[in-house]
Design a protein around this ligand. Structure first.
Ligand code: FAD
Length: 221
């Protein structure tokens, strides 16, 4: 059932020259960390999916949006200003963690704006035992990294050498697999972003012995 409601923009905060955090009023919308909303310009049929970026304890909602070359909705959302209405539907999705999260080690693997649900997790679950691998093209795409504990985040940058790891997140995983410490087969792996990375990482992790019921994915495109 379509349950689209009108929300109002509070702010738009650019976190790189091509990505921004859109904040809008919550209107008591409940959601679980990891879920996404369907969002679009008010009065149009065009809506797209965006993971919730903000924590459930906040009075507002935030999404992290990259302006896609030739894209329609991401470009239209970038033109909004405070006070403008937007259409919101949801929440949807099952990219969530169980109530027993304190008993587990998590490895989050993201490309680009795929970091969004993990930003939400970090705000929602203080004390969570996680490591975050973030794959980006340039250092400018390290969206709000200061929110994450420094020791928990590994940035993998393909475009320059200013990172913890020069290369793709899948290269990092392969290198890890070949080291003595290896890949932790007891951890729960959450992968979010483009499908090429997700398929490749799934293969590496499954080959290393991670059971399929410890692998979770959210494909953006
Ligand atoms: C469950 C889910 C959650 C999502 N969450 C987010 C999110 O939190 N933040 C976010 O920015 N996007 C997210 N997306 C992608 C988003 O829904 C849109 O696809 C994206 O904003 C492009 O929409 P558009 O209308 O501008 O482009 P369109 O006009 O629909 O399409 C343009 C093309 O861009 C491709 N594309 C989509 N996303 C990207 C990208 N990031 N980089 C390069 N090419 C891309 C599409 O495959 C398509 O070929 C999510 C997608 C899904 C399915």
């Amino acid at each position: 059932m379509q349950t689209t409601t009108a929300h109002k923009i509070d702010s738009i905060r650019w976190v790189s020259d091509a990505a921004f955090v859109l904040r809008f009023d919550r209107r008591d919308l409940p959601f679980a960390p990891g879920q996404y909303l369907s969002v679009g310009p008010s009065g149009e049929i065009n809506m797209r999916e965006y993971s919730v970026y903000s924590a459930p304890s906040e009075e507002f909602l935030e999404i992290l949006v990259k302006v896609v070359d030739g894209g329609y909705v991401s470009r239209r959302l970038a033109e909004l200003t405070p006070g403008d209405p937007i259409a919101v539907d949801g929440p949807f999705g099952y990219f969530t963690v169980d109530d027993d999260w304190r008993d587990h080690r998590y490895v989050f693997i993201a490309t680009g704006t795929g970091i969004s649900p993990f930003h939400c997790f970090a705000g929602a679950y203080p004390g969570m035992d996680y490591q975050l691998l973030h794959g980006v093209r340039t250092s400018a795409e390290r969206y709000d990294h200061e929110v994450f504990e420094r020791t928990r985040i590994v940035t993998c940058i393909t475009g320059d050498n200013s990172s913890d790891y020069h290369g793709r997140v899948t290269g990092y995983l392969r290198d890890l697999r070949d080291q003595e410490s290896g890949i932790n087969t007891a951890a729960r792996y959450y992968l979010c972003g483009n499908c090429d990375m997700i398929y490749e990482a799934f293969d590496i992790l499954q080959d290393a012995g991670v059971p399929h019921n410890q692998l979770f994915a959210e494909v953006y495109f």
